[in-house]
Design a protein around this ligand. Structure first.
Ligand code: ASP
Length: 310
């Protein structure tokens, strides 16, 4: 049987160890553990990598601790506009949504775009019409409200600034979520979901829903989910770049991921990180920020949950 494995992230950014309380740290680790373990259970039962990443990301979206689904950041207009994507490495099929509102689990809508439409990427009002056609129920704005996110927005709402929810040093809360998995059959998949950046406007869309930038999966190489300053990750075509280094330069998963996060994206001043798996169940989780919420588990009995570099 193929080694199976899952890795998840809850965002990368400027985390200052001293400002995190032990209680909050325990809360984050518990949320990561639950999402990771539920995703792993899917793999253990012989389920697909695609199902595993959707299950894990939905749980992270349901937690107010992360900037995705419930707990998404505020836009310049005081609303929540969410982006999500999912991709399957066996078929190279993908689905993505952006600028959606009121949807509890954007990752599931992305999967529906992949499986129930002829398209890959639906945005804004059109994506909402698609969701309504499938019978999605809309949550009220209160469902997505989170006090920390609200205060972050209040701090910059009258400016032209927009920021990563995790870029303010005093802030203990962040970030975009994602999962990558390799199943017992050697199939891999990736998913990413986010509320984007605080105070974003003009229909700003980051890397998270963009195939090749914030998400990518190909059984021949790797499955990748990114987090960080989306503008840089789009320009660096980060997720696909990891795959290209493996495919065209013969780099290992670890070397390709490190090259992109510690060199190529840094060269254009991008900050963030990624999680990646290959079809043998290997995992890489590099980041060039102070921390990245992350966790993994493999069928070889390895598992861990981290926040900082240790
Ligand atoms: N990459 C996301 C975006 O730019 C933000 C994040 O990872 O926290 O929308």
């Amino acid at each position: 049987m193929n080694t199976f494995s899952i890795a998840i992230h809850g965002g990368a950014g400027t985390l200052v160890k001293g400002l995190m309380t032990p209680e909050l740290e325990a809360e984050y680790k518990l949320a990561l553990k639950i999402a990771r373990d539920k995703g792993y259970e899917v793999l253990e039962r012989g389920g697909s990598a695609l199902d595993a990443v959707e299950v894990a990301v939905k749980l992270l979206e349901n937690s107010p601790l992360f900037n995705a689904g419930k707990g998404s950041v505020f836009t310049n207009e005081g609303t929540h506009e969410m982006d999500a994507s999912i991709m399957e490495g066996k078929t190279l099929e993908a689905g993505a949504v952006s600028l959606i509102t009121g949807i509890k689990n954007p990752v599931s809508l992305a999967r529906d775009v992949m499986e129930k439409s002829y398209h890959v990427f639906l945005a804004g009002d059109g994506a909402m019409k698609f969701a309504k056609g499938l019978g999605y129920k809309l949550e009220s704005p209160e469902y997505f409200y989170d006090e920390v996110r609200y205060k972050q927005w209040q701090g910059i709402k009258d400016s032209d600034n927009f920021q990563l929810d995790h870029s303010v040093k005093k802030d203990g809360k962040f970030g975009t979520v994602g999962a990558v998995a390799c199943d017992q059959f050697g199939n891999i998949a990736a998913a990413t979901s986010t509320g984007g950046m605080t105070n974003k406007k003009w229909g700003r869309v980051g890397d998270s829903p963009m195939v090749g930038a914030g998400v990518y999966a190909n059984n021949k190489t790797c499955a990748v989910s990114c987090t960080g300053s989306g503008e840089f990750f789009i320009r660096g075509v980060v997720a696909y770049d990891v795959s290209c280094l493996m495919e065209h330069k013969g780099l290992s998963l670890k070397d390709a991921s490190n090259e992109v996060i510690h060199k190529r994206i840094l060269d254009i001043k991008g900050d963030g990180g990624l999680i990646a798996v290959d079809a043998k169940g290997n995992i890489a989780m590099p980041f060039n920020t102070e921390g990245m919420y992350r966790a993994f588990k493999t069928s070889k009995g390895e598992e861990d949950i981290f926040i900082y570099k240790d």
